[in-house]
Write a protein that binds this ligand. Structure first.
Ligand code: CU
Length: 286
């Protein structure tokens, strides 16, 4: 009986290994456009995209392409979705495989949210710069506050080249040209590591002491006050003062290094230019 059990155990283990290996190597490719999985009322009663044009099917890293077309803001907008009073023209792509170099509604640059009117038709254009090689779905998309992302039709676009050669240069107010792709990355790593290290030290300090159950017993026994010693209070105070001092000092040095800044840009654009659609010449009898 024991031999039989051993055999079963061994075989089960082998089966488990085979399953795991198979699962690791099974990587199906997603080949469908997901907008059809949206609820019908989201897809058919919100933003109607039409006359869409993708300027390229294949684009090299650092080259640009446009997604343009028109959209009609459906007059029978569903009650359950917030009105598109605060909307943002976007694209539906799998992560930052392109960067959005600019977007326009009715010929006006829209780097921020816009207010759309029900029953109106608008023209749009999004300029994309290729960043990561691969085959990607590129969809038009409208983010509506209180409604979520409303995705439009998509098309496969192939990006060729290598991501290592991607650059994103901009000229700052002071006339300096920087590459946003790599700008000050060392600084980002430094601050992440520093705060992570401080956090670990803080947790490690308290984790040296009896945790959870012994603490609960002490609190239940009315000895909760004895858990935190005078030394603990000093250490905690040290952490608090140190943190504030570090923030104050780094803020002062940053302000000194970058005296010219602009306030964060936010706002809402109203009165976007609409287009008149030609009067329908086809009569449909329902
Ligand atoms: Cu898609």
């Amino acid at each position: 009986m024991k031999i039989f059990k051993d055999k079963v155990a061994k075989l089960s283990f082998v089966a488990l290994l085979i399953t795991m290996t198979a699962a690791m190597f099974y990587t199906p490719t997603a080949s469908a456009h997901g907008e059809k999985s949206q609820a019908a009322f989201m897809r058919m009663r919100t933003i109607h995209w039409f006359d869409l044009n993708w300027s390229k099917e294949e684009v090299a890293v650092n080259d640009t392409m446009t997604v343009s077309g028109k959209f009609f803001v459906f007059s029978g907008w569903p009650e359950t979705v917030d009105k598109p009073e605060i909307s943002f023209l976007n694209v539906g792509i799998p992560g930052p495989v392109f960067i959005r170099a600019g977007s326009w509604i009715g010929g006006q640059l829209v780097p921020r949210s816009v207010s759309l009117e029900l029953g109106e038709t608008y023209e749009f254009k999004v300029l994309l710069k290729a960043r990561r090689p691969g085959d990607w779905h590129v969809h038009s998309m409208m983010n509506v506050k209180g409604g979520g992302p409303i995705i439009g039709p998509g098309k496969w676009v192939t990006v060729t080249g290598s991501m290592g050669s991607f650059v994103n240069p901009i000229t700052t107010l002071t006339g300096e040209t920087i590459d946003l792709e790599t700008y000050n990355l060392g600084n980002t790593y430094f601050w992440h590591a520093l705060w992570y290290g401080i956090g670990i030290l803080w947790v490690a300090y308290w984790a040296r002491k009896p945790l959870f159950v012994p603490r609960l017993i002490a609190v239940d026994a009315g000895k909760g006050d004895s858990l935190i010693t005078a030394a603990d209070k000093k250490v905690a105070l040290g952490f608090a003062v140190g943190t504030i001092a570090l923030i104050a000092a780094s803020m002062a040095s940053t302000n000194e290094k970058f005296p010219i800044t602009t306030p964060l840009q936010a706002g809402l654009l109203r009165g976007m230019k609409t287009i008149e659609m030609p009067v329908p010449t086809v009569a449909v009898k329902v």
